[in-house]
Design a protein around this ligand. Sequence first.
Ligand SMILES: C[S@@+](CC[C@H](N)C(=O)[O-])C[C@H]1O[C@@H](n2cnc3c(N)ncnc32)[C@H](O)[C@@H]1O
Length: 234
Amino acid sequence: MVVYLVGAGPGDLELITLKAVNILKKADLVIYDNLVNEDILNFADNAERIYVGKKAGTHYKSQNEINNILIEQSKNYEIIVRLKGGDPFVFGRGGEEILILIENNIAFEVIPGISSAIGIPTSIGLPVSHRTVATSFTVITGHEDPKKSNKQVKWDYTADTLIILMSVGKIKENTEALMKYRSNDTPVCVIENGTLPNERIIFGTLKDIGDKKINTPAILVIGEVVDIYKKIYK
Ligand SMILES: C[S@@+](CC[C@H](N)C(=O)[O-])C[C@H]1O[C@@H](n2cnc3c(N)ncnc32)[C@H](O)[C@@H]1O
């Protein structure tokens, strides 16, 4: 019995890896989160499915409940795929689940996925690094676990490009915090439903992006690379 922790990629069905598709085809059970493209589950047409994600208005499984499902189901199935959006280790709690598998002597493998953090800007042609203006980038959560007493997101990042995930509900709070360290005019590009047919690209600055209507899921790319992108595609 093996649990495969698999990244489903950012949304477009063709942006999942061949390795992920091959293991989904062999899977007996798929335990999956809120995927931006549920058509990916069709690769696993012989598998049972357990949904453990979060959808508006419905109860969702806590991490403890998910851990227990993994432990219990590993007694019943040979090939279990634990499927997560993007890459399992980028704000995907992949590390936490692996620690539980190790504690319980359950064999596992990890199959990476294209993370929305980099794959989505790249898919629209927005370079997150660019020799003349950006030699570094940082990926940040816009929604740090509110239960954490020692907050790690302090917004004083020095990287040239900032990429923020999970920011939609907190966009004003996030941009206001950033304006303590960066100019109000810093360009921002938001990509909503990246790599999907309903993708939307919204431009603004740190000062005004919070006033625009933005839906989930979305990522924010912040920095001079946004101006480079505008030059490439003008
Ligand atoms: C819980 S995090 C999981 C990230 C995932 N593990 C990854 O590597 O992409 C979910 C966040 O990823 C971003 N995201 C994922 N898919 C997206 C998409 N298709 N378009 C825009 N943002 C997306 C959003 O910021 C969303 O709030």
